[in-house]
Design a protein around this ligand. Structure first.
Ligand code: CAA
Ligand code: FAD
Length: 378
């Protein structure tokens, strides 16, 4: 067993760390104004972050899942919105296209996505189908050479800015989850409209929208995999996506910890730095232990995926633990900052707001427990 990062991993981590410093300058304004970081997304494309796990032959950086996790962790320490933009794009869109797409689909859609020229979104959730993801109401009616898509998707990350959407929809209701398909939908297809941007508690500079489909003609060649593969596709995609969200949560927790540790050495009360008070020391010790445990679970899930063996349980464990740690310790980071933690300039209040979503999306904490329990009991 080797816990050391390779030279390549250290290089990509350091590149992400350096880039994250650039993200820092406007992060408070982007959060306040819910402004999408267009310029930075372009730069992340140039750095290879927008196709980090995609093979080089399809325009990506050809790196492994651990490299992906290291990048997300560094981004999320500073800007959790930038991290989720990268995560949804890479693990929910590019991964599935590369794994199950045809050569034509890869050339047409994967290549520009992996180069960062286009942005992707993954549309599974609906107003009445979140945790209960197989209960799809969106219909993809089989019309021979095309599908006719009708319905509404909810809460779609990158929803307004994406160019390419993977949309999950029901074709054969009688077959339940075995009658679900996944279709590649392009922005601008007639009948496809994007709803207003959600006004959110956290990750405010990531855009979240509902999507409406009204008689959208989607060519048959835009279906990924065999007829009826859509639900399995979504579940397999989410196994990897959860590793990305674990890394985002880990970064949020680690970012808040870095700030709290530094502040505790500077701020003096009763004639000494607050880090000299045992109550603060114990908080810092708990943060160190629990964040490291989250890091180990997250890296292990990434490593397991790279071994080519099943990794759904590892991904769910990492996501569950890292998101709980992020929520708990961002609250503690605010506490260590006292009143200063409650204002925007000190960053920890934003990290605390950003942490909450990691317990909800890509499967709530309750759903992660359900996935883990099913695995250990089967
Ligand atoms: N890999 C492959 N196949 C899987 C699978 C997996 N991880 N999980 C389930 N399946 C298969 C099962 O084997 C079964 O197939 P068969 O009938 O052929 O045996 C089929 O899928 C149905 O499985 P279940 O009976 O277990 O399905 P279920 O209806 O009980 O649901 C669930 C299971 C885990 C709760 C699932 O609905 C789920 O993951 N819900 C949460 C949804 C979610 O995470 N949404 C995230 C949206 S994306 C997002 O949020 C993005 C973002 O924020 C950025
Ligand atoms: P519900 O499923 O209604 O759950 C409500 C509560 O009940 C939760 O606490 C849940 O844990 C609990 N619960 C439900 N079922 C069970 C059960 N069986 N056992 C125990 N407890 C249960 N979706 C996408 O498809 N693509 C995206 O890009 C995307 N991005 C998102 C971005 C944001 C900012 C948000 C808020 C959501 C996003 N989502 C996306 C949707 C997200 O995945 C869902 O919100 C999430 O899966 C929960 O679904 P729900 O909101 O319908 O809650």
């Amino acid at each position: 067993m080797n816990f050391e990062l390779s030279e390549e991993h250290i290089m990509i981590r350091d590149a992400a760390r350096e880039f994250a410093q650039e993200l820092k300058a406007g992060v408070i304004d982007r959060d306040e104004e819910a402004k999408f970081p267009y310029e930075f997304v372009k730069q992340m494309g140039e750095l290879g972050f927008m196709g980090i796990m995609t093979p080089e032959q399809y325009g990506g950086a050809g790196m492994d899942t651990l490299a992906y996790v290291l990048v997300l962790e560094e981004l999320a320490k500073i800007d959790a919105s930038a991290a989720v933009i990268v995560s949804a794009h890479n693990s929910l869109v590019l991964w599935g296209l590369n794994e199950y797409g045809t050569e034509e689909q890869k050339q047409k859609f994967l290549v520009p996505l992996a180069k960062g020229e286009k942005l992707g979104a993954f549309a599974l959730s609906e107003p009445e189908a979140g945790s209960d993801a197989s209960s799809q109401h969106t219909q993809a009616e089989d019309k021979g050479d095309h599908y006719l898509l009708n319905g509404t998707k909810n809460w779609i990350t990158n929803g307004g800015n994406a160019d390419i959407y993977l949309v999950i929809a029901q074709t054969n209701t009688e077959l339940r989850h075995k009658g679900i398909n996944v279709l590649i939908v392009e922005k601008g297809m007639p009948g496809f409209t994007i709803g207003p941007k959600e006004n959110k508690l956290g990750i405010r500079s990531s855009d979240t929208h509902s999507l409406m489909f009204s008689d959208v003609r989607v060519p048959k060649e835009n279906r990924i995999g065999d007829d009826g593969f859509g639900f399995k596709f979504a579940m397999k995609t989410l196994d990897g996506g959860r590793i990305g969200i674990a890394a985002q949560a880990l970064g949020i927790a680690a970012g808040a910890y870095d700030l709290a540790l530094a502040y505790s050495k500077e701020r003096k009360t009763f004639g000494k730095p607050i880090s000299n008070h045992q109550a603060i020391q114990f908080k810092l010790a708990d943060m160190e232990v629990e964040i490291e445990a989250a890091r180990l679970l997250t890296y292990k899930a990434a490593w397991t995926k790279d071994q080519g063996v099943p990794y759904g349980k590892e991904a769910a464990m990492a996501k569950l633990h890292a998101s709980e740690v992020a929520m708990k310790h961002t609250v503690e980071a605010v506490q260590i900052h006292g009143g200063y933690g409650f204002v925007k300039e000190y960053h920890v209040e934003r990290l605390m707001r950003d942490a909450k979503i990691t317990q909800i999306y890509e499967g709530t904490s309750e759903i992660q427990r359900l996935v883990i329990a099913r695995e250990i009991l089967k």
